[in-house]
Ligand binder design. Sequence first.
Ligand SMILES: [Zn+2]
Ligand SMILES: [Zn+2]
Length: 134
Amino acid sequence: MKRACFKCRGRLEPITYGGVEVNRCDHCAGIWFDSLEADLLKNIQGSESLDIGDPETGQQYDQTPGNLSCPRCNHRLIRMVDIDEHSIWYEKCPRCQGVWLDAGEFKKFKANFQPKSLGQFARKILGHKARDSG
Ligand SMILES: [Zn+2]
Ligand SMILES: [Zn+2]
């Protein structure tokens, strides 16, 4: 995929991690994941090292207004929000299911899917029960 970044017109460079190829912008460091690649990579240990960008730069580009088109199929991207431990706004292509994450967002995306510790979970449940009966 030899495409310009749709956010900053930098160049999207192919990078492979754990056998999965993604495309990272050489300027704003946003990352394009083809369908399911973000899901695959979030389960691979150390994959957050792909996300080398400065989160502040990412935030700046996160607010890019206007209609963005998919670097792979040119379909119009839609804005998605993932609210968990970290809330992330990202772009997704409804046609090819590709996902764009700005610099710093893949780390947060990955953190959202880390298994919560069982102890924490149990305390939460017990805490609620105690309040209900008290
Ligand atoms: Zn860029
Ligand atoms: Zn697409």
